[in-house]
Ligand binder design. Structure first.
Ligand code: AMP
Length: 542
């Protein structure tokens, strides 16, 4: 027997309808790419999204067509997502930090018909345009007054583009499983692959993120999504914040420590989310200037492992709660969030921070398991590590155009490529990427554990650990360190700091100092590059 409830499709435009009706005056505050701060209420965001929808529709953009964005976090980018999806077209977020060849590849692969781009990216687009074979028109996210002279095909200022349409338009209705968003993975091996979100997956994921057990947003919150819309679906904040009616503070192009601090303070931000690199910049700025944080309550840190020293600095020095989170583009993207369950509420000091180092437990809609290489489930004892696999209604079932073939196991789980432990309380901890784990004498050493420990040394700014060939052990860990400005740590002092805090056989065989560690387009340490650099490195133990 079927239930007798209405079939209300989970469509993205219902989120902005709700925000406009219940929180119409609540603001989206942006640092515009042109410079000045800008404010707009959700009711007007919706009106402008409707205009864009109408205009795209008039231009012949149809259900399933791809409209690309190359843009920072601003109100225009936000309303574009709603306008594009409101007619059943697909927003394709292009990460401007990808290599040029990769941008060309993904835009041609996606067959993007229109590109909406910020002023910042006009020179880049002009350079790539001759190779972008499917783009019919370039819409520059600015007004006529700021419109540059450009060779881009059919270029138009966004304000003129939507100005030609009115908002007397009804969102299209279609199946909730219709594709809504396309985001390519960073593609560390081979070409990037397209992750294709649906209306249903985005709405369900945002709903799952709203409780305090996940990201936790209320209409009284003032959220600063530093994590870009072009990285992993904005960690769902473009949907979850309007759903909650929270004020959004959009940071635009400037993500350095001073700019972030200014935004946090002048806009009374209560919640923010970013990768560790951004927070490193903010913490360094506050250390240099002696500035404080007066309104911020919680920061979500993910994308790569949050170092313990960062959690302790935020919590002990600045009184801001750190919530460590893990996820990936393929998971819409949040897969785990590290809140302290009540039964662990007694934990203090080191024990508490040991817990907070973990990536946390799965919120509702995510199921996870760890397995060995043959797919056998491994014990969840907090010690055994194995391949982390996940399933749920906002987890990929395959890649765009079938790239990569079948990506699910017999039980419908997706292999994340991460290696993790799960403890009896359900907390998952990433020990490595499957391809970065160091295999020493048949046993695994977690490069992330070593990195987290090394950055606890007061003179270390950033650390990366890679496996280097060893005649006896196959691989042994090499610690690569960037010193803090003005500091001169020695190999000996760093090793002495680590000694006793990890198993003896996990100790790095050597330490090298570099001016800079290479990062990927999404801010992760580029281990492939490091491994290349140190390919022929001879360890003193070899
Ligand atoms: P992306 O799809 O670019 O977001 O990358 C996803 C990958 O980032 C994951 O599979 C992890 O390897 C890594 N990652 C994300 N969050 C964390 C975290 N909190 N700790 C460690 N690794 C993380």
């Amino acid at each position: 027997m079927l239930g007798l409830m209405q079939d209300w499709p989970l469509l993205i435009h219902k989120i902005i309808d709700h925000a406009a009706r219940q929180h119409g005056a609540r603001k989206v505050v942006s640092r515009s790419v042109e410079g000045p701060m800008h404010e707009i209420g959700y009711a007007d965001v919706r009106r402008r999204a409707l205009r864009l929808a109408r205009r795209l529709d008039a231009d012949g953009i149809r259900l399933g067509d791809r409209v690309a964005t190359l843009a920072w976090n601003t109100w225009r980018h936000l309303e574009a997502w709603y306008g594009i999806t409101g007619i059943g077209a697909i927003y394709h977020t292009v990460n401007p930090r990808l290599f040029e060849d990769q941008i060309v590849y993904i835009m041609n692969h996606a067959e993007d018909r229109i590109l909406l781009l910020d002023l910042t990216f006009v020179p880049l687009a002009e350079k790539l345009a001759p190779r972008l074979t499917t783009v019919e028109r370039y819409v520059i996210l600015t007004d006529a007054a700021h419109m540059p002279k450009t060779s881009l095909k059919n270029a138009v200022a966004y304000e003129d583009y939507i100005g030609e349409a009115d908002e007397d338009f009804a969102w299209r209705e279609f199946d909730e499983r219709t594709a809504a968003g396309l985001c390519y993975t960073s593609g560390t091996t081979g070409h990037p692959k397209g992750v294709l979100y649906s209306h249903r997956s985005n709405v369900l994921h945002a709903l799952a993120m709203l409780p305090l057990e996940a990201i936790g947003l209320a209409s009284s919150d003032r959220v600063l999504p530093i994590v870009p819309l072009f990285h992993a679906n904005s960690w769902s904040l473009a949907f979850a914040a309007p759903m909650a009616g929270a004020t959004m503070i959009m940071p635009g192009a400037r993500l350095d420590g001073a700019s972030v601090h200014e935004l946090l303070e002048t806009n009374a931000v209560t919640v923010s989310a970013a990768v560790p690199t951004v927070w490193l910049g903010l913490l360094a700025y506050m250390e240099q200037t002696g500035k404080r944080l007066t309104t911020l309550k919680r920061v979500y840190i993910g994308g790569s492992a949050c170092p313990r020293a960062m959690t302790e600095a935020f919590e002990k020095k600045y009184g801001v709660t750190v919530v460590h989170a893990w996820g990936m583009t393929e998971m819409s993207p949040i897969g785990s969030v590290c809140h302290v369950k009540p039964e662990l509420g007694h934990l203090r000091d080191d024990a508490l921070y040991d817990l907070k180092m973990k990536q946390g437990y799965a919120p509702f809609t995510i199921e996870m398991k760890i397995t060995d290489d043959s797919g056998r489930a491994l014990p969840e004892d907090g010690k055994t590590f194995g391949r982390l696999k996940v399933r749920g209604p906002a987890v990929s079932s395959g890649y765009f155009r079938g790239e990569g073939g079948n990506i699910l196991d017999g039980e419908g789980y997706f292999d994340t490529g991460d290696v993790a432990t799960i403890d009896p309380d359900g907390y998952m901890q990433i020990t490595d990427r499957a391809k970065d784990v160091i295999k020493s004498g048949g046993e695994w050493i977690s490069s992330i554990d070593l990195e987290n420990l090394a950055v606890g040394h007061p003179d270390v700014a950033e650390a990366a650990v890679i496996g280097v060939r060893h005649p006896k052990w196959d691989e042994r860990p090499l610690l690569v360190v960037v010193a803090k400005p003005g500091a001169n740590p020695t190999r000996e002092s760093i090793l002495a700091y680590m000694e006793g805090r990890i198993a003896k056989w996990w100790m790095p065989d050597d330490v090298v100092f570099v001016p800079e560690i290479p990062h990927t387009a999404t801010g992760k340490i580029q281990k492939t590059e490091l491994r290349k650099t140190f390919e022929a490195y001879r360890l003193p133990t070899a």
